[in-house]
Design a protein around this ligand. Sequence first.
Ligand code: 4NP
Length: 159
Amino acid sequence: MMRILFVCLGNICRSPTAQVVFERVVEQAGLSDQITVDSAGTSACHAGETPDKRAIDAASHRGYRMSHIRSRQVRAEDFDRFDLVLAMDKANLQALLSCCPASSQYKVRLFLDYEGSVQAEVPDPYYGGKDGFETVLDLIEEASQALLSSLKPRLEGAA
Ligand code: 4NP
């Protein structure tokens, strides 16, 4: 089993969106028995909360359900348990690297590294309008396809 953790600041906008989008990509590829997905925040300030209503609404227009997710902060054991820890932006990448043991630093990357685009970060939509949440979904949908393609060679039995 390969374990992927998506990480943003609050775990209420970007990373829960990445969790449900990537879960669907994995499911559509028939790989749900080989890849598990979770999300967390570098901050605990929304711990226990459901995702932001704007993120839930934007995702639901594209057929994703995410209201079952509850925000949680990244924990030390995440760096052991997960094979990849993917940050939405550079600030959260730095926050992760600063608390990640040296032996696991190779697991911590920017999510959009897989997309190969000029854009390095999934921008924080929290203080903006609805458009920001559409941009988040667009970037995450593209990067999820790219991430799955990059993982396939590492998966047993996947063509
Ligand atoms: P997220 O968005 O990191 O994508 O979940 C944010 C959520 C909350 C805050 C900032 C960004 N906040 O400042 O409370």
